[in-house]
Design a protein. Structure first.
Ligand code: SIN
Length: 323
C-alpha cells in the first residue's frame, strides 16, 4: 500500500529525508529504525571540501528557519571513503531505504565529475542541487535559467547510470518552465522545492542577523508555496515529482501526494524531532487504511475531475439537472 516508484526506482514507502537536514542519516540512526524509511538523501556533496558561510548560519523564524550554511562539506573523496559505506549499511543491501546522493557543482564539469563518481560507487539515485541560494552570491545560476538547467541535467544524464532528480528553486517567476527544461535534459524526476530566499534583521545593531546577510527559508511557512509548485509542476511534466517543504505529518504528506508528488521529503521538522520520518511512515499506513486508498490512487488526485455524487446537481449542464 505504501510502495511507490520514482521512474525505475522502487521505494518501500514515499518518505525520504530532505538533503541537509539529517546529515547522511548515520548521525540519526540511534533515534529510530531508519531501515523503515523510503530513502535517505545526503547533504550536498561537492568536488572539493567547502568551509561554508560565516556564522551565524541559522536563524529561527515564526514558522520555520533561515539557513545560510553555504554547502559546508568535506568533499567527494571524504564522502566516498567515509560516509557512503555508512549510508550503505543503513540501506541493508537494498532491502531498506534508497540511498540518494545530493550533488552540488559550481560548473557543469563539477556536476559531471560527481555524477560519474557516485554512479560508479553504486548509489541508488542522484539529486542534482541546482538551487542552493547560499552560494555564488545567491545567483542560483542553474535553476533560474532554463537553458542552463537543461544543459546541466543533460550533462549529468550522459554519465549517470542511476536515476537523476533535479532539485529546483522556488525563487523564480515560473517554476514549470524550469521543470520542463530539466525534463528535456533527461531528468528522471523533479524535487521541489528548495528554500525561499529570506532575511532577518537585528534593528538594534542595524545589521542582518545571518553572517552572509541572506539565507534560505524552510519549515511550515513554505508548505503552501511548495504545494502550489508541486501541483503546477506535476501538471506540466510527465516525470515523477518529489515534494518537499514544511512537512510535519502524514496529513502533510498526503496533501503533497494529492498535489501530484510520488514521494515526499521531510526536512526542517527533523531538527526538532529526529524520529519523525519513521512515525510518519506508520501514520501514513493508518491514514491510507482508514481511507481505503493507496499512494498510487491518491497521487495527483486534485488534477482529476470530481465525479458527481448521486443526486447532486450538475451545474455544467446549465439546466440544474440532477443525476
Ligand atoms: C546550504 O548548504 O546552504 C543549504 C543547501 C541548499 O539550500 O541547497
Amino acid at each position: 500500500m505504501l510502495q511507490t516508484t520514482l521512474g525505475s526506482l522502487r521505494l518501500q514507502n514515499p518518505i525520504l529525508s530532505a538533503s541537509g537536514t539529517f546529515g547522511s542519516g548515520w548521525e540519526g540512526r540511534q533515534f529510530s529504525d531508519l531501515g523503515r524509511t523510503g530513502g535517505l538523501v545526503s547533504k550536498t556533496v561537492t568536488v572539493l571540501p567547502r568551509h561554508g558561510n560565516p556564522p551565524p548560519r541559522i536563524q529561527e523564524t515564526p514558522a520555520g528557519m533561515l539557513n545560510s550554511i553555504g554547502l559546508e562539506n568535506k568533499g567527494a573523496d571524504w564522502f566516498l571513503a567515509d560516509t557512503l559505506p555508512k549510508m550503505k549499511q543503513l540501506a541493508a543491501g537494498g532491502a531498506g531505504p534508497r540511498i540518494v546522493i545530493n550533488i552540488g557543482g559550481e560548473s557543469i564539469d563539477e556536476f559531471v565529475q560527481l555524477a560519474e563518481r557516485f554512479s560508479a560507487a553504486g548509489v541508488d539515485a542522484l539529486e542534482v542541487n541546482l538551487s542552493c541560494p547560499n552560494v555564488q552570491e545567491g545567483r542560483l545560476l542553474f535553476s533560474t535559467e532554463p537553458r542552463l538547467t537543461e544543459q546541466a541535467v543533460r550533462a549529468v544524464k550522459r554519465v549517470a547510470t542511476v536515476p537523476v532528480f533535479a532539485k529546483l528553486s522556488p525563487n523564480v517567476t515560473d517554476v514549470t518552465v524550469i521543470a520542463k527544461a530539466a525534463e528535456q535534459g533527461g531528468a528522471d524526476g523533479i524535487t521541489a522545492i528548495n528554500t525561499l530566499i529570506g532575511m532577518a534583521i537585528d534593528w538594534r545593531k542595524r545589521r542582518p542577523i545571518l553572517g552572509r546577510g541572506i539565507g534560505g527559508l524552510s519549515g511550515p511557512a513554505i508548505k503552501p508555496v511548495a504545494l502550489r509548485m508541486v501541483h503546477d509542476i506535476a501538471r506540466t511534466v510527465r516525470i515523477p515529482v518529489i515534494g518537499v517543504g514544511g512537512v510535519r505529518s502524514a496529513d502533510d504528506v498526503l496533501e503533497f501526494v494529492c498535489a501530484g508528488a510520488r514521494a515526499v521529503q521531510v526536512g526542517t521538522a527533523m531538527f526538532t524531532d529526529p524520529t519523525l520520518m519513521v512515525r510518519i511512515v506508520d501514520d501514513l499506513r493508518e491514514r491510507l487504511a482508514a481511507a481505503g486508498t493507496t499512494i498510487d490512487e491518491l497521487c495527483g488526485s486534485v488534477h482529476r475531475p470530481v465525479p458527481p455524487a448521486p443526486g447532486a446537481c450538475q451545474p455544467d449542464q446549465g439546466r440544474g439537472a440532477c443525476v
